[in-house]
Design a protein around this ligand. Structure first.
Ligand code: AMP
Length: 218
């Protein structure tokens, strides 16, 4: 039985979605002067959007909410809150990869309005998970009806590690072959990074140890 609904996103998907998103925004008539990328998920989409939309100025705001694949802390918080930025003459576009609960976007919007004094703020994401989001981005291209974890290409390693950790928390010790079978059962995806490689990374990071040919969490 699938434990977590996961979708593997390719670089081609990201390029297609951000291009579509740029057109949606341009056709709305909104021409941002500054893009604020929510770090880390919004960094790559923001850079691509800036290219398609001819925006030179990109700033970034680090928001922490989902610290581990598929699970989050209650509140989103801004880390490294930069002061002294004046956007009072700027139309701003805040960009993130996905609007899940929407809390990251809400916190970022409040911050940019209150402390950076933005003249106008709009929100853009590729994915918008409608049934759970507490805010609707002004612009999005993929309306998601069933909650899914999107495995973006900039997060493959982190996500693979976390997905394997979840299995080993319940089922260790397991051989590579047993992990491959469980991974298929639990997530029903083709891993974007082979499990052998993921486990090697986990060994280097001291997250797993191998005893008699079987893996368990350290
Ligand atoms: P949220 O504050 O719930 O809207 O989500 C904050 C951030 O966590 C997003 O910008 C993503 O980087 C990450 N995230 C949350 N939910 C998902 C998901 N379903 N799939 C992939 N990444 C997610």
């Amino acid at each position: 039985m699938v434990k977590l609904r996961v979708k593997v996103v390719t670089w081609e998907d990201v390029v297609r979605w951000t291009k579509e998103l740029a057109f949606v925004i341009l056709e709305s008539g909104y021409k941002p002067d500054v893009i604020v990328a929510i770090a880390r998920g919004g960094l790559t989409p923001a850079r691509l959007l800036a290219d398609y939309m001819d925006v030179i100025d990109i700033l970034s705001l680090k928001v922490e909410h989902w610290v581990e694949t598929g699970s989050h802390q209650e509140e989103a918080v801004i880390k490294y809150a930069a002061q002294g930025i004046d956007l009072s003459n700027a139309k701003v576009l805040i960009v993130d990869d996905i609007c899940d609960t929407g809390k990251s976007l809400m916190v970022a919007k409040d911050y940019v309005e209150k402390y950076w004094k933005a003249r106008q703020v709009k929100l853009a994401t590729m994915q918008y998970i409608e049934p759970v989001a507490q805010i609707r981005p002004d612009y999005f291209v993929d309306l998601v009806r069933d909650w899914t974890w999107y495995m973006y290409p900039w997060n493959y390693v982190e996500d693979m590690v976390n997905l394997v950790k979840k299995i080993l928390k319940e089922h260790a010790p397991l051989s590579l072959q047993e992990i491959i079978i469980k991974f298929q059962e639990w997530y029903n995806i083709t891993p974007p990074i082979p499990l052998s490689e993921t486990l090697r990374v986990m060994e280097y990071r001291g997250l797993v140890k191998k005893v008699d040919g079987k893996y368990e969490l350290s």
